[in-house]
Design a protein around this ligand. Structure first.
Ligand code: NDP
Length: 246
């Protein structure tokens, strides 16, 4: 499905990003595995991709910094050739009630989750415009659609991702580049493992399919959007949430 394609996945050493990198590789793509702090984990993902017979490289970059995103794309191209698929997955939380949230907590989440995606979309957009093809997939969240108490910073960033997705979809459509989002619900990763039991029990009770999502559930939707099968889909959001957002 993705044979010969080259993908760059941000935050791909752990969690959902890791599953996306491995799934794209399983469908035939070579993958640049971006990480910020988790070098060993990213190198392990690279090994697993190479074991599938695909090419892979681990590249450190903090996506909240524009110059690091520029370097990330240059290094990814150097290692694999021009990038066909960008997945903006890197994300953090700094949860707090709105009335208690500090400017630092607000900015940290906006810098990584929103500006990080903007910087990478700029890099990918420039290149894909010239190539007249490409796929950009942004990982949003159900929190960006429905809102979630204690996450004003995160909800703003994830709703912003959806706005940027629609904007860039319109800007790049004439050049055969599609831009879509995937909005996960409640997925089993380090991010959700850190939540208090009370919160996770309450979240679970709101999922019609009766279980938390797995990172692979998200990765399959991303792989579909990255493939030729999704050639006529742009500016859209696929909610992969076990029905939580119905
Ligand atoms: P994890 O906390 O498990 O992993 C976060 C990933 O983001 C890590 O790979 C981390 O890299 C990377 N990252 C964080 N900051 C940066 C940065 N500045 N530059 C580069 N990479 C960075 O999170 P999940 O896997 O759960 O989440 C992945 C995405 O899915 C996020 O955007 C999240 O908001 C979204 N999401 C998750 C949901 C869930 O239920 N888990 C629900 C909805 C959306 P490193 O370890 O190298 O620092």
């Amino acid at each position: 499905m993705l044979k010969g394609k080259k993908a760059l996945v941000t935050g791909a050493g752990r969690g959902i990003g890791r599953a996306i990198a491995l799934t794209l590789a399983a469908y035939g793509a070579d993958v640049a595995v971006n990480y910020n702090g988790s070098r060993e984990a990213a190198e392990q993902v690279v090994k697993e991709i190479q074991a599938l017979g695909r090419r892979a490289v681990a590249l450190q970059a903090d996506v909240s910094k524009e110059d690091e995103c520029r370097r990330l794309f240059e290094q990814a191209e150097e290692a694999l050739g021009s990038i066909d698929i960008l997945v903006n997955n890197a994300g953090i939380t700094r949860d707090n009630l709105a009335v208690r949230m500090s400017e630092e907590e607000f900015n940290a989440v906006l810098d990584t989750n929103l500006k990080g995606a903007f910087f990478c979309m700029k890099q990918a957009g420039k290149r894909m415009l010239k190539k007249r093809s490409g796929r950009i997939i942004n990982i949003s969240s159900i929190s960006g659609i429905r809102g979630n108490a204690g996450q004003m910073n995160y909800c703003a960033a994830k709703a912003g991702i959806l706005g940027m997705t629609r904007c860039l979809a319109k800007e790049l459509a004439a050049r055969n580049v599609t831009v879509n989002a995937v909005a996960p619900g409640y997925i089993e990763t380090d991010m959700t493992a850190a939540l208090p039991e009370k919160v996770s029990t309450a979240a679970l009770s709101q999922i019609p399919l009766g279980r938390m999502g797995r990172p692979e559930d998200i990765a399959e939707a991303v792989a579909f959007l990255a493939s030729d099968r999704a050639a006529y889909i742009t500016g859209q959001t696929i909610q992969v949430d076990g029905g939580m957002g119905i």
